[in-house]
Design a protein around this ligand. Structure first.
Ligand SMILES: [Zn+2]
Length: 193
């Protein structure tokens, strides 16, 4: 909808700008928390205008002729691409969960990458559509299960603008109340002879 708070509807006063910034923070936090749970490398996450999730290296397929998913990707690459599709959708899902409504045009790049990956892993559009529906549901479930971590990463993004991968992991650790390694008591009698 054209009245939607998205990049193209960037109008309104400071309150609207603040609401938009919070929505973007939740969107980017959704990508980051999904990448975290799939153990994908996270370089950094930012809410700087014009930059969407560049934190992890989303697999970029080259559309070579005669591609055969059974031959041209190994099992690890196949799984990574399936996970990347969820990472793509997790931004949109986290933003929608936070705002209570969907911002379609804020996610067109993500959906484009997800569609490319799905087509790459499929033989035809029917398979690809089914795959995309499935991964979207997985993203929705992941976002729902990790609301606390997403809120924590979004808050950190709002405070700092950009987070390094280590900051993301640290923010999630604190949000979950997991002690840092150096806070754990050292094992007694740990010396071996
Ligand atoms: Zn995104």
């Amino acid at each position: 909808m054209s009245k939607d708070l998205g990049p193209a509807g960037a109008s309104g006063g400071p309150a609207a700008a603040s609401a938009r910034r919070k929505a973007v923070a939740h969107h980017e936090a959704g990508h980051a928390v999904a990448a975290f749970y799939f153990d994908h490398a996270i370089e950094s996450v930012t809410i700087k205008p014009g930059e969407d999730f560049a934190g992890s290296s989303i697999s970029s397929p080259d559309f070579g002729r005669g591609f055969d998913p059974e031959v041209d990707v190994d099992a690890a690459q196949y799984v990574k691409m399936l996970e990347d599709i969820v990472v793509c959708f997790a931004g949109h899902e986290a933003e929608a969960a936070y705002r209570g409504r969907r911002n379609w045009h804020g996610s067109t790049t993500d959906f484009g990458i997800a569609a490319d990956l799905a087509l790459y892993l499929s033989r035809g559009s029917e398979e690809a559509s089914a795959l995309l529906r499935w991964r979207k549901l997985v993203a929705r479930g992941l976002v729902k299960a990790h609301t606390r971590e997403i809120a924590a990463v979004a808050s950190a993004l709002l405070a700092q603008g950009t987070l390094a991968g280590d900051d993301v992991r640290e923010t999630i650790r604190i949000a979950l109340g997991i002690p840092a390694l150096e806070e754990l008591p050292s094992p007694s009698g740990g010396t071996t002879q």
